[in-house]
Design a protein around this ligand. Structure first.
Ligand code: ING
Length: 363
């Protein structure tokens, strides 16, 4: 019997941002996000993705010693208000707009989680997914792979990357989730008989399975595969990626070309290796005197770029994606159940860093 390839169409958008310079008022940044949502709605978009740390400047490039100044970049969160950002003056308008337009959104922000019991706080580089159909945020992800250093590089000319200084590595794992209300006729748990129809008969028929990554995560295949093993159909990833830095070798042009290439390679490979669509959306351009790459892209489950940005500024990249195109890869080349060999992969979980194998002897 021919596999079911009924189209499961969703119109989505990568809402690329140009620079959020340090002195940019929160209101001005928020206005750009809201404009993106209005422009997206005019094109029938149902799901919009904003970059990593979309609400502020990418402050990890700066060595900030004033605790109050650092605190100003973070959004409140706690067990009683896990999505506190959505209740702030720069978050609530996004919810109101999403509800008015019937549009879901992925939003990157700096999260300060306060423990209700002992009052201690932990800082994460976080994203949330807001579902217009559910009328609430339905998922949170905290960036697992933090690049850069805790202490600033000594070279005064160096561009800093201090995410390990400001954030704690994510502790939520890679939790895939389903987004309701995006595809017609999605199968629900209630529709499956008490005995539960065989797994195969429900695969690729439910509400879309989504996964969230943040920036550097895209360079780690383990992150994508963790979602692939949950049946992910769409990975959303926002980023702020330095185009070049004076401390690295190569001209700014050469470094930027490499940064663009490695960005595209990582995203296309992640989508292809897990037979999933991806929305990859950057904050870019010259922010606080440092250049960040653009290259916001929507990539299909075959690894092909179906839409991409052309500028280094605010730019909406829109595509209507068919989630049923994931099925071929998931049922053939990347049918994990058929082809993966857990008994041979032990080293991947047993070892953190690379350990060179022994030297050859002279004899
Ligand atoms: N930025 C960069 C990124 O992974 C980086 C850091 C750039 C690491 C290039 C390695 C090479 O895109 C963030 N914010 O992770």
């Amino acid at each position: 019997m021919a596999p079911d390839r009924t189209p499961r169409l969703v119109t989505v958008a990568a809402a690329q941002l140009g620079p959020n310079n340090k002195d940019a008022p929160r209101e001005a940044i928020l206005a750009r996000l809201l404009k993106h949502m209005d422009d997206a709605a005019a094109q029938g978009v149902r799901l919009i993705a904003f970059p990593e740390l979309a609400l502020t400047t990418f402050f990890p490039v700066m060595l900030l010693r004033d605790a109050d100044e650092v605190a100003g970049y973070f959004e409140p969160a706690s067990a009683s208000r896990p999505y506190g950002v959505l209740e702030t003056p720069h978050g609530r308008p996004l919810v109101d707009k999403a509800n008015a337009l019937g549009m879901d959104f992925y939003l990157g922000y700096a999260e300060r989680w306060v423990d209700a019991d002992d009052g201690t706080s932990t800082d994460y580089n976080t994203t949330l997914y807001y579902s217009a159909a559910a009328g609430r945020a339905v998922a949170k992800y905290r960036k697992v792979h933090l690049p850069g250093t805790v202490e600033p590089l000594a070279d005064p000319r160096a561009y800093q990357q201090l995410e390990k200084r400001y954030f704690t590595p994510g502790n939520l794992g890679f939790p895939a989730f389903r987004a309701p209300g995006l595809v017609e006729g999605a199968l629900k748990a209630d529709d499956v008989g008490v005995g539960g129809a065989g797994q195969g008969s429900t695969e690729g028929k439910g509400d879309p399975i989504l996964g969230m990554l943040i920036c550097n995560d895209r360079r780690w295949p383990e992150a994508w595969r963790s979602y692939g093993l949950q049946g992910v159909e769409l990975v959303i990833e926002g980023y702020n990626t330095t185009a070049w830095a004076p401390q690295y070798d190569g001209t700014p042009e050469q470094q930027t070309a490499d940064a663009d290439f490695h960005h595209r390679l990582s995203c296309q490979a992640g989508s292809y290796h897990n037979a999933a669509w991806s929305i990859n959306v950057g904050k870019c351009g010259e922010e606080n005197g440092q250049w960040m790459i653009g290259g916001s892209m929507i990539i299909d489950p075959n690894g092909r770029v179906v839409a991409e940005s052309k500028t280094l500024d605010d730019e909406l990249v829109v595509a209507t994606i068919d989630l049923s195109l994931c099925r071929k890869g998931k049922e053939r080349v990347f049918n994990f159940e058929k082809h993966r060999r857990l008994d041979q992969y032990g080293i991947i979980l047993e070892q953190v860093g690379a350990k060179e194998i022994p030297l050859l002897s002279r004899s």
